[in-house]
Ligand binder design. Structure first.
Ligand code: S3P
Length: 173
């Protein structure tokens, strides 16, 4: 079984994922990092040079590869839910936990970071609000949702790990 973290950009998938992997003694896999390694480019460069369609196809290939293995915490990109086949592959051997935060918190968290091409608009807060609304129904595919605002990362990690373990026990009962 894998623990899969989904959720919008800036909800803490990488930070929480790394900590949860340590706690569970699982391997940590970040699909964006995988894609960057395979393509030999940063996410920003992929979007700029090859476009979003190519990025989504690399993302799907990465999901296909990483779901071949077990005992990992997998942090996905915020748009992974856009393709239903990605969800199907992730659900195949994973428990999906969605991290959430309101638009203003996401904006605060990502405002210093230029590595998210989809948020490089004139009105990033407006873009976040609109994209979150559009994607909200897609994030419902998760087994659990964990809210991350006004909490420290250790607290969020503890809840993520606890919920994962509880679900595993249920499945083995
Ligand atoms: C994206 C989220 C990013 C990255 C790419 C596209 C999205 O990952 O995959 O920029 O469509 O939401 P993070 O959620 O890790 O920022």
């Amino acid at each position: 079984m894998n623990l899969i973290l989904i959720g919008f950009m800036g909800t803490g998938k990488t930070t929480i994922g790394r900590k949860a992997a340590k706690g569970l003694r699982f391997k940590f896999t970040d699909t964006d990092k995988e894609i960057e390694q395979v393509c030999g480019m940063t996410i920003t460069q992929i979007f700029k040079k090859c476009g979003e369609v190519r990025f989504r196809s690399e993302e799907k290939a990465a999901i296909k590869r990483v779901t071949q293995e077990s005992n990992q915490v997998i942090a996905t990109g915020g748009g992974v839910v856009l393709d239903p086949e990605n969800i199907e592959m992730l659900k195949g051997n994973g428990i999906i936990i969605c991290l959430t935060a309101p638009p203003d918190v996401i904006f605060q968290r990502i405002s210093q970071n230029k590595s998210r091409p989809l948020l490089r608009t004139e009105d990033p807060l407006g873009t976040i609000t609109k994209m979150l609304q559009e994607r909200q129904p897609l994030y419902q595919c998760a087994d659990f949702t964990v809210e991350t605002s006004a909490r420290d990362s250790d607290d969020v990690t503890a809840e993520v790990v606890r919920r994962f373990r509880e679900r595993l026990e249920e499945l083995h009962r």
